[in-house]
Design a protein around this ligand. Sequence first.
Ligand SMILES: NC(=O)c1ccc[n+]([C@@H]2O[C@H](COP(=O)([O-])OP(=O)(O)OC[C@H]3O[C@@H](n4cnc5c(N)ncnc54)[C@H](O)[C@@H]3O)[C@@H](O)[C@H]2O)c1
Length: 378
Amino acid sequence: MTNIQGTLNIGLIGSGFMGKCHANAFRSYAGLFNSPVTINLHTIADINSEMAKKSAKDLGFENATSNWKTLVDHPEIDLVSITAPNALHEEIALRAIANGKIVYCEKPLSTTSASARIMMQAAEAANITTMVGFNFLRNPLIEVCKQMIEAGELGEITSFNGRHAENYMLDPNQPHSFRTAVEGGGAMADIDSHIISMARYLLGNITSVCAHSITVHKYRPTSLGSNELKPVLVDDVAHALLQFESGVVGSIDVNWLATGRTMDLSFEITGTKGAIAFSQERMNELRVWEAGKSAGYSGFKKLETGPDHKPYGSFCPAAGHHLGFNDLKIIEVSQIIDSLNNGTACHTDFREGYKVQCTIDAILKAATSRQWRDVEDL
Ligand SMILES: NC(=O)c1ccc[n+]([C@@H]2O[C@H](COP(=O)([O-])OP(=O)(O)OC[C@H]3O[C@@H](n4cnc5c(N)ncnc54)[C@H](O)[C@@H]3O)[C@@H](O)[C@H]2O)c1
């Protein structure tokens, strides 16, 4: 694993939604956590050179470039953050790995499991520290869920029901983008990776799947406001049944046309002695049901985040003041720095990103063939 001391120079590729989120996380981390390194925002790259320059100024980077290769080849840069479209992840990561950089790549790791495997193998052969941006796992309440499951507080697990529902593609006039590209696009590729990483974190390997998917909006404009329509060849809505290695069975549904839903990354896990329920829309609350309550007193109780749930206390000393989406990214950055400091692998490294991708591939194949499919190469 990469060892780092002194200053950590950051290179960030892509200055859109996630680019801003990563930049904010690197900037905020040092002030909130007891950082063993000094973070320096070295260079930002965006294919749009005006945007690169503006983002450098707005987000606090020393340099801007429209050529990501210049950034990845720069000898001073230690860590490359990839927040560019999915189809670019492999090429950027492989070049960064070849140059010995730490690589922090947004989800999904790549567009197919074959591509993700190449990235994983390259990183492992070069002993490079990697992290994939599964930020929703950084919520301290998810750790509470994991501890409750492992301690047997829910008894024998009887079911996992997961969901990732948003509405950002509901409008049929929303144009094509990398999210609707045939290679690695669709609701499944875009948001399924989050709920699969959650399911895997809490309950382990998923070994086989069965699935069904549909495309509701069959045409979308080629660009915003254009009258030229192009067919949509990826899914909008998908449902899958899951078989876990542990014997647990479950289901997930993904939907980026989900009327009324903005960020329902949610799950309910039932066991013989209890149940837990969570939604990212109320990310500071975990609902817990425990068996054994007397008649009339049985029901879900609400746990709320507070300083007892590490690292909440790094943000705020008082309970009930709540963490937000961007805070999860700051926690993710703190975990990368911890891994570098301790010489350990990040929890969602490229190997885990690859395994998530294998699960997505199996779901896509199951939906196309209308058959149960094994998740290969776990
Ligand atoms: N972890 C999360 O919660 C989360 C949320 C949203 C997106 N994502 C992921 O983040 C990545 C980016 O998504 P986004 O929503 O920020 O997209 P976006 O469209 O907002 O931003 C992408 C940026 O990349 C730039 N870009 C495109 N081609 C480039 C190139 N060749 N060189 C340099 N820059 C280039 C674009 O100009 C744009 O600024 C995707 O992989 C996506 O799946 C993760």
